[in-house]
Design a binder for this molecule. Structure first.
Ligand SMILES: *Cc1c(COP(=O)(O)O)cnc(C)c1O
Length: 501
């Protein structure tokens, strides 16, 4: 059907954005090979210094706007001890941690976070609430029912008053009526329209809890929605104060985002090509014609692509900057000004953005199998759970790290391949799309998936078929070479010089 077409004619790259010091690590190919030789495939490599630098970048946005407040790392993005320990060593007034389970809370404490730097978020069970209250953590309340449960625990165990934030949701109602909104309804938080019942409960349990602020976390990349929510929170804070409550912080949650793909043109070309492939005007770009949510309805592309916007001109601290600077819809002032005038603290809870450029995932090429359609299957020593970029809709190319040895000329040109995992399962695809590489990989080469520290390297890792779960190492630059240790053995005090980048 596609006679005469050669994938070699038109490589559709989605090359990753790689900044120093990660770029330097990626450039030390013999070092990375020696790590995988010693510790096996898959292998995760983390750069703890980078997470501290990222926290500092978020903090500099605070400083620019003369705002007080904290950066809370959303722990769920990565299980690493090294990252949490490195953050624990940061300025306590500037950096905290957001934990979403009893085990994350225990981990944060064991890594050096004191209770006053910890924020407990998400839905909580009694054990999680008790330990958070016992340690003096701030509880980010998911619902009025949770407040009741917490107050019961505080009273029953004679604990000190617990600082609470009220997580709000449902900002699309009320003030925003009539505007078109894109965000999905949230399972979490108290709808802002029903907040009165929450304030009444806070007043009823005044002996057990103190309302220190209001919070939101929206599952969207849209700045406009977040600006509307932020403004509404400022107005809600006024309402609370009028009732005699004394909240002082607005917590804008996470979702600042990461730019994975470096080149806007590559992203543009690839997404256009996906639509063309769905329409059938070019060969499929994916395994079995998977459309990432797009479909062909009588010659028109329908549906919306379930893809992370992999090229993002504004992400991370820059996104926070933009959120703070744009005028809000009702008051027409910038959130930064509103917060400053009210003397409110600003809390942020970045997960993905705080671990931007903090690590990579390595996999050994086990086998290259040639198929009838000219698109080789490259089998890796990892499975889809070890690098769940696809799971999160993040499309970005791995970097080929050759083992060495001569490359025959025939293999030394761009090629589209399918990357498949080590499970005996049709669905175990590392990517559902055709991945273009500068040349055909060979058994023994490594593929480096860059920037996987946020949700990709361990969020979905499992032990199916008793395949090994990736080990994780922490690395840093010392003198002219890389120094590394197992993630669980990393302590900031062993790396007092940090890592020059
Ligand atoms: C997941 C989560 C975050 C972090 O989100 P990112 O998109 O990784 O920044 C922050 N706050 C809450 C409440 C979350 O559930």
């Amino acid at each position: 059907m596609w006679g005469g077409y050669s994938v070699k004619d038109a490589p559709l790259y989605l090359r990753p954005r790689v900044d120093p010091p990660l770029a330097g690590l990626l450039g030390d190919v013999p070092f990375l090979h020696s790590l995988v030789d010693a510790l096996g495939s898959p292998l995760n490599v983390l750069l703890p210094e980078v997470v501290a630098e990222n926290a500092e970048r978020f903090r500099s946005v605070h400083r620019r706007h003369h705002l007080a407040g904290r950066v809370y790392f959303a722990h769920k993005a990565n299980r690493s001890s090294a990252l949490v320990r490195r953050l624990a060593a940061c300025d306590p007034a500037a950096v905290g941690i957001d934990v979403a389970s009893l085990e994350e809370l225990r981990h944060a404490v064991s890594c050096g976070f004191t209770g006053d730097r910890i924020m407990a978020t998400g839905p909580k069970d009694a054990e999680f609430l008790w330990l958070a209250a016992r340690l003096g953590a701030t509880v980010n309340l998911d619902s009025p029912g949770e407040l009741e449960q917490l107050a019961g625990i505080v009273r029953a165990y004679g604990l000190g008053k617990v600082d609470v934030l009220a997580r709000l949701s449902g900002f699309e109602d009320g003030h925003a009526a009539g505007t078109r909104l894109l965000s999905r309804r949230s399972r979490f938080g108290t709808p802002v329209g029903e907040a009165d019942a929450l304030w009444e409960a806070v007043e009823r349990y005044a002996d057990a809890v103190e309302l220190t602020g209001v919070a939101y976390h929206l599952d969207t990349t849209a700045l406009e929605e977040k600006a509307r929510a932020l403004e509404r929170c400022v107005l809600v804070m006024d309402e609370c104060r009028a009732r005699g409550l004394a909240p002082r912080a607005v917590d804008v949650g996470g979702g600042f985002g990461v730019g994975y793909v470096d080149d806007a043109g590559e992203w543009e070309r690839w997404t256009t090509a996906l639509s063309e492939a769905v329409l059938g005007v070019r060969p499929p770009l994916t395994w079995r014609g998977h459309g990432y949510g797009l479909r062909n309805e009588g010659g028109t592309v329908r549906g919306s692509a379930a893809l992370y916007p992999a090229h993002r001109p504004v992400a991370g601290p820059d996104y926070l900057e933009e959120l703070l600077a744009r005028p809000t819809p009702v008051l027409g002032r910038s959130p930064a000004t509103l917060l400053l005038e009210h003397l409110h603290d600003l809390y942020v809870e970045p997960g993905r953005a705080l671990v931007d450029q903090c690590g990579l995932s390595l996999a050994r090429v086990l086998d290259v199998r040639h198929t009838g359609d000219g698109r080789p299957l490259v089998r890796l020593g990892m499975n889809a759970g070890d690098v769940s970029l696809e799971e999160h809709g993040v499309l970005v190319d791995p970097v080929l790290l050759p083992r060495g040895g001569p490359v025959t000329e025939a293999d030394d040109e761009p090629v589209g391949v399918h990357l498949v995992g080590n499970l005996c399962l049709e669905a175990d695809l590392i990517t559902r799309r055709l991945v273009f590489l500068p040349r055909l990989p060979r058994a023994g080469d490594l593929l480096a998936f860059v920037n996987t520290a946020g949700y990709a390297m361990d969020f979905h890792a499992h032990r199916a078929q008793r395949q090994p779960v990736a080990r994780t190492v922490a690395a840093g630059r010392e003198g002219g070479s890389w120094r590394w240790c197992l993630d669980e053995d990393y302590w900031p005090v062993s790396y007092p010089q940090g890592v020059p980048s």
